[in-house]
Design a protein around this ligand. Structure first.
Ligand code: CP
Ligand code: NVA
Length: 309
């Protein structure tokens, strides 16, 4: 068992120095993928999906294969046929890591509690740490020269639901010393406990976490504007109500014009054009959403190398 025996169940499982080292490694993997071609030879990874996926599934499956390892993917509820703790203790006999996308964060935590191999959160209702590794890699590619590898002082504005992606962004922005602003209507702000964790980290790092209902003021001075769907997977029944609540929170060219002139646009994808973002912004030169999607591959390869390489 290595020092990451619990893997990446939530963002803060990875220490700040380890996060920065991982991002350095992700850049190396991107630059010279062949140098890492055999690093997971003889290793196996289990991928579990309770929810749909395009990016996470392809990038983990291809990532493991490109590192010379072997991957097996299963769709469906984790713990439907047998208890989660039994699933964990089966998979850890055959594999070197378990990557799981679940509804409940507790399912990820229970897998990690019972498995002797690292468990990686590939999105839960509370966090999406793998996404944010790629997002930080993308932000570094644009702003490392001006803000250094830790992106200190960079302003990142999230316009939309205080959801899993927002939580993971907020925690990492807080500990890196970034200025993070989130604009959402009342009732859709982030989880209070995660918010206070992020604020405590920001107080130490010299960053800041601002919450507002005013999207226009939130993007003022932003180097990067980020959004995500208004209704996450599992919230489909609330979609109509959320469309009404979030109507004033669409990222449009007008909103982007209120950010810095060199501001980039980020989205974890999938995007709903005409809802949280306009087609014009998605297709604009400021949009780096496919660079983010590409970086999922490199960042997760770096994660797997860190955990089990
Ligand atoms: N961004 C992201 O996690 O995409 P998928 O849901 O397609 O995996
Ligand atoms: N917040 C979204 C992210 C999808 C990658 C969801 O959970 O559906």
């Amino acid at each position: 068992m290595n020092k990451y025996s619990h893997g990446l169940t939530r963002d803060l499982d990875l220490s700040l120095p380890d996060l920065l080292a991982l991002l350095d490694l992700a850049a190396e993997v991107k630059h010279a993928p062949r140098d890492f071609a055999d690093r997971l030879a003889g290793r196996s990874v289990a991928l579990l999906f309770e929810k749909p996926s395009l990016r996470t599934r392809f990038t983990f499956e291809l990532g493991v294969q490109q590192l010379g390892g072997c991957v097996v993917t299963m769709d469906g509820p984790v713990g439907g046929r047998e208890p989660v703790r039994d699933v964990a203790r089966n998979l850890d006999r055959w594999t070197d890591a378990i990557v799981a996308r679940t509804f409940r964060q507790e399912t990820i935590d229970e897998l990690a509690q019972w498995a002797s191999v690292p468990v990686v959160n590939a999105l839960s209702d509370l966090y999406h740490p793998c996404q944010v590794l790629a997002d930080l890699q993308t932000l570094r590619e644009h702003f490392c020269r001006s803000h250094g590898p830790a992106l200190h002082g960079l302003k990142l504005t999230f316009v939309g639901d205080g959801n899993n992606v927002a939580h993971s962004l907020m925690l990492n922005a807080g500990r890196l010393g970034m200025h993070f602003a989130l604009a959402a209507p009342a009732g859709y702000h982030p989880d209070a406990e995660i918010l206070s964790q992020a604020r405590a980290l920001a107080a130490e790092s010299g960053g800041s976490i601002e919450l507002t209902q005013d999207a226009l003021s939130a993007v003022d001075g932003a180097h990067a504007v980020y959004t995500d769907v208004w209704a996450s997977m599992g919230q489909e029944a609330e979609a109509a109500e959320r469309q009404r609540s979030f109507a004033a929170y669409q990222v449009s060219s007008r909103l982007m014009a209120a950010a810095r002139p060199d501001a980039i646009f980020l989205h974890c994808l999938p995007a709903k054009r005409g809802e949280e973002v306009t087609d014009e912004v998605m297709e604009s030169p400021r949009s780096v959403v496919f660079q983010q999607a590409e970086n999922r591959l490199h960042a997760q390869k770096a994660l797997l190398l860190t955990l089990i390489g």
